[in-house]
Every structure is written in structure tokens, then in C-alpha cells.
Design a protein around this ligand. Structure first.
Ligand code: HEM
Length: 168
């Protein structure tokens, strides 16, 4: 059962959309910087700029998206673990949050410090991860709109009973 009024639920959903699709937009900015860097743009411009985007936009948004996503699930009838599409989004977003904070942020900041010494191998570090994460976020968006696979239900006896996809 929803614990929010219809107006509050719409406001929360709006916040969820603005933050999660803003995250996708920030990811595309990183990918763009990565591609121009790979094509030979000045590393003294590209990688410090990418470092700023990761530090002040992408990484903070990753945390906000996770928190708002979890709140959106818990405070609406969807629930966090009830529907497969919500659960898969939770897993994807959690893995991505970990990779952004533990791998991408330190790597991109390190690229900014390398200056002209940056190699092609280094430049790929700002192409491949954003390509993967952009794909993951597009998958999350598609899952959100199509809501496939129905719901998970664990009965008292422990049996899972799949129910057709639809509204909760
Ligand atoms: C912790 C991760 C996330 C969870 C638990 C989550 C959960 C949810 C839930 C429960 C809804 C339905 C809200 C409602 O009907 O009021 C929703 C909607 C939506 N989510 Fe997420 N979300 C997460 C991450 C994401 C991400 C990363 C994206 C895209 C980049 C995304 C895109 C959307 C979209 C586009 C909708 C609107 C779907 C519609 O209204 O038909 N979500 N999300």
C-alpha cells in the first residue's frame, strides 16, 4: 500500500526521473569527453574537465539516484523486492554506484594529473566505462517503462508464485 498522497508520489517520481535521467546525461558528457580525448583533444583540457564532472556531478548524483530510487520503491506500492524489474534496477544501480565511487572517480582524477603523459590505454579508461554505464542506464530506463517479468512472491511455505506483469 502506498504511504504517500498522490501529489507527494508524483513529486517523488519527478525527483526520481530528474535525478536518474540527469545521471544518464552526466554519463553521456563523460563519454563525449572520453571520445574527444581518444581522438586527440588536448589532455590538459579534457581530463581535468572530466575530473570535475565526475567529482561534482556524476559521483554525487550516483548516491542521490540510489537513495531516491530506493525511497521511490519503498514509499510506493511497488516495494523494493516485490517486482523483478525493480529488483534488477536496484542491483544494477548498486553495482554502478560501487564502481563509480571505487574505480571510476579515482581513475578519472588520476588521468587529470597525468597531463601530456597520458597514453592511449589511459584514454580508453574514459571511453569504455562510460560506454558500459550508459548502456546500463539505458537498460534501467527501458525496464522502468516496460516493467517486464512480473512480480516475485514468496509464500509462507517458501514457494515463489510468479504473477503476470502489471501495476502493483
Ligand atoms: C535504486 C535504484 C532504483 C529503484 C529502486 C527504482 C525504482 C523505481 C520505482 C519503484 C518506480 C515506479 C515509481 C512510481 O510508479 O511511482 C520507478 C520509476 C522509474 N524509474 Fe526507477 N529506480 C531505480 C533507478 C532508476 C534508474 C537508474 C533509472 C534510469 C536511469 C530509472 C528510471 C525510472 C523511470 C524512467 C521511471 C518511470 C516509469 C513510469 O512511470 O512508467 N530508475 N523506479
Amino acid at each position: 500500500m502506498s504511504r504517500l498522497s498522490p501529489a507527494a508520489r508524483k513529486a517523488l517520481l519527478t525527483l526520481h526521473l530528474v535525478t536518474s535521467l540527469g545521471w544518464l546525461g552526466a554519463d553521456l558528457v563523460l563519454l563525449t569527453l572520453g571520445i574527444v580525448g581518444l581522438r586527440g583533444a588536448d589532455p590538459a583540457v579534457v581530463y581535468p574537465a572530466a575530473g570535475l564532472v565526475v567529482t561534482y556531478l556524476f559521483a554525487p548524483l550516483s548516491v542521490v539516484v540510489w537513495l531516491v530510487g530506493v525511497a521511490t520503491a519503498l514509499l510506493t506500492p511497488w516495494g523494493l523486492l516485490r517486482w523483478r524489474w525493480v529488483l534488477v534496477k536496484l542491483v544494477l544501480t548498486t553495482v554502478m554506484l560501487g564502481l563509480v565511487l571505487l574505480l571510476l572517480m579515482p581513475t578519472v582524477r588520476g588521468l587529470g594529473e597525468l597531463g601530456p603523459a597520458v597514453t592511449t590505454r589511459d584514454r580508453l579508461d574514459l571511453v569504455i566505462p562510460p560506454m558500459v554505464s550508459t548502456s546500463v542506464l539505458i537498460v534501467a530506463t527501458v525496464l522502468s517503462t516496460y516493467k517486464p517479468w512480473g512480480r516475485r512472491r514468496v509464500r509462507a511455505g517458501g514457494n515463489r508464485r510468479p504473477v503476470a506483469a502489471g501495476r502493483p
